[in-house]
Write a protein that binds this ligand. Structure first.
Ligand code: SF4
Length: 296
């Protein structure tokens, strides 16, 4: 198998200004729930996140000047639940074709499975499944899984993909579910028929992130891997991390079973910058690692 085809490069937005605008103005707007940034749609009914990650971008300027990330704020449009839900339906209906084409992501300025946010997220999951909209939900929480009859939600399995962020460093994510529980949740959801994915972002240390991938490999459809722009990384260590991912892929193909995936691995381009690998050489780099290992 040609592994290089499974490794893809993701480009981080060049214009940080636009990205900030999206988060600060659009996602945080009190009077709407769905925001768009260059064809990517996000759903946010709450602002702020109490998972307590020390590296959270919402703790940094300029976000922290607008978002109080120590608490969770419900948008005023949802204070009356019934009216709020009517508004969600009407926003979805007004963008139905675009949402069916591009999908929807929850959420940008909160964790969609915080206990307070859960009822709205379940409402959205049900709505999207009924309207034929692909919805991605990304979380660091597992305490909702046993509260929902996920196994029998057959329509949800067609439209909802469930992702977990994994750093494998619990002490800097104090209120989130432990990484081991997230890893177990991925396996469970994959086994009962959901599409799952992992966000390996940010890498706190390469070793911990590698083991998060190792433990979930074959149980999710894809990985998105990125760094923290404020953190210093070692280029040799980052190259070793990439090499180990290639070797993991090679050994994995000998042990596949039912419900296994050949996952795509999306590396943000700034990882290649740290590893000092030119984007144009990346495919050859992976082939070279594969050949070297076969030779050894
Ligand atoms: S889960 Fe995400 S949004 Fe919530 S505190 Fe952690 S990094 Fe921030």
């Amino acid at each position: 198998m040609d592994f290089s085809e499974r490794f893809r490069i993701l480009h981080t937005p060049k214009s940080i200004g636009k990205f900030e605008d999206f988060i600060l103005k659009d996602c945080c707007a009190e009077d709407k729930f769905i925001s768009e940034n260059n064809g990517s749609f996000s759903f946010d009914a709450y602002i702020g996140c109490t998972n307590g990650c020390t590296y959270c971008y919402m703790n940094r300027k300029p976000y922290c000047e607008f978002i109080n990330n120590k608490s969770l704020k419900i948008k005023s449009s949802l204070l009356d639940t019934e009216k709020g839900r009517d508004q969600i339906i009407s926003e979805v209906d007004s963008k139905l074709i675009e949402l069916r084409n591009h999908g929807l992501m929850a959420s940008f300025v909160t964790d969609p499975f915080l206990p307070e946010v859960l009822p709205t997220t379940l409402f959205l999951m049900d709505l999207c499944s009924k309207k034929g909209i692909s919805l991605k939900v990304l979380t660091k929480r597992t305490d909702w899984i046993n509260k929902v009859n996920l196994e029998n939600m057959h329509e949800w399995k067609k439209y909802i993909s469930i992702g977990f962020t994994l750093t494998n460093v619990d002490k800097i994510e104090t209120n989130a579910s432990p990484n081991e529980e997230r890893i177990k949740a991925i396996e469970y959801l994959n086994n009962i028929g959901y599409v799952t994915f992992c966000s390996i972002e940010p890498i706190i240390n390469c070793e911990a992130s590698y083991f998060a991938i190792y433990k979930t490999f074959g149980k999710c459809a894809y990985y998105k891997i990125g760094i923290d722009s404020m953190r210093k990384y070692d280029s040799a260590e980052m190259r070793l991390f990439i090499d180990r991912l290639v070797l993991l892929y090679m050994s994995y193909t000998n042990h596949i079973s039912n419900n296994s995936h050949f996952p795509y691995i999306y590396l943000k381009n700034n990882i290649l910058d740290v590893a000092e690998i030119a984007e144009t050489d990346f495919e050859n780099y992976i082939k070279h690692v594969t050949e070297l290992h076969n030779y050894i």
